[in-house]
Structure formats: structure tokens, C-alpha cells
Design a protein around this ligand. Sequence first.
Ligand SMILES: [Zn+2]
Length: 277
Amino acid sequence: MMIKKKRIKFFHIKILILVFTMIIVGVGGYVYTARQFNVIATFNPVARSVGSRMVDYRTRNYSFVETDHFIIKYDEGISKEILDLAKTTAEDKYKEVVQVFQYAPKNKVMMILYNDAEKLKRNTMLSGSDKPPMGVYYGDTIHILDPTLWIKDEENIENIFYSEGPILHELVHLLTDHVARGNFPLWFTEGVSLYFEYKIDGYEWGRGMDVDTDQYNLGNLTNNFHELDQYFAYTQSFRIIKDFVDQHGIEALMDLLRDLGKGQDFKTYNDLFKGEG
Ligand SMILES: [Zn+2]
């Protein structure tokens, strides 16, 4: 008994040391703001796996339900109605995106619903007094904040969450990360997620907004994404991906993801991403 206990303890200490090391060396951490939320996402296979273990550990006491393609953990404040809404939304969006990606994760996707915004922030390594995010992709897990906390139009919570909510966006981050193995700049994965919101939910980010394409050029998006105005940076990222798909088709985008996953250098595609259309 004692030995077993000790092993478990050391295992957790090892994970913690690994996590702290990665924080200190700053492996693939990005902070950004979108709509009314801030989000951290880590797109790096090693960091993804470490983050995933940390999230599992921190939510080990949460209740959970399983659907065909998800394990959904939830904290105490989540109502049955919200849990059911999340189940339906997740399964519906999953079917649509998996069909386009022609890829389905080997394991069920982990999703966590939080009524406690501070817990969401802590589990996704967000710090400070930033406004809590409504969704985060971190540690191979989709983290979702209870929509009753951020949708003011109470009568339309179901509709808004289903057709404009964060599950689709974060799920596309997860699939992009799996297929392309984190081998892309941040603007690219944001553009792909926003493109799917446009394609599946009909939600167009930055619609009608004028963007200074000299300032929001590919070099700046690639190297200074989190220093740019997030609204314009997201808008231009979306438009670059949309232009690519308009010209080459969605299959070409999926081929590109698979090539990135095989280690193709992202820079070789730079000529294809102009976003001037
Ligand atoms: Zn995103």
C-alpha cells in the first residue's frame, strides 16, 4: 500500500515539475482576446500532452457523462439543462467538422464545463484579472464556461450557444492541432477555426470591417500576433483562410493540414496566403 501510494505521489510530482519547466522555458504559450473573451492555447505536441495530464489531474473529482464522441466533465454549478445543451451541440458540431476534416480523434474528446470562471482560468493557465473566456482549447481538452454567465439574452441561450457558441471553434482548434501536429503559426489556426464558424454556423467574424492590410500583413500576423489589435488580427486571419478556400477549395486546405502534420515547413505556403481578395 505504502509503496503504491508513494509511486502515485512521485508521478504527480514529476508531472508538476515538467509543467513548471515548460512554463519557465515558455513552450508554445499564446494569450489572445476574442469576442468578449481571452484565451490561451498551446499548440505543441509535447506541451499538449503535459497540459492534458495536468487538466485530467485537476478535474479528477468532477462528475462526467459520456456521449458517442465526448467525455464531458462538469463542475457542481452546471445545471442539467446546460449539460444537455452542451451534449447536443458538441455531437452535432463534431459530425459536421469530422466530415470535412476526414479525420476523427482516436479517443473521445475531453470537454469540461465550468460554472466557476476562476477554475477555468486556473486549469488553462490563464492568469491575472482578465475577463474569463467563454471557451479555451488547452491540453487536448475543450474548456467551456457556463453560457448562463456570458449570454445576457436569457430567453435565447440555447440558440445563441448552439449557433454562435465556442464549442465549434475550440473543436476545430483541436482537430487542426491533431492533424497538423501544432506545425503552424497562431494566426493560421485562428483563421481555420473562424472559417469553420463561417462555413457551419454562418457566423462571419469582422463582417464589413475595414482592415489595414499593410499593417496586418502575413509577417506581422506570424511574428506579432498577440501584440496586434485582436479584433483586426482575427478578422484578417479569417479572410486569408477564406480567400485560400475560395481559390483552391476546402480539400486543398485539408491537404495542407495533413502536409503540415508530416513536417512540411509552413513558410513554403506563404505565397498562397495573401488575403487580398
Ligand atoms: Zn481560437
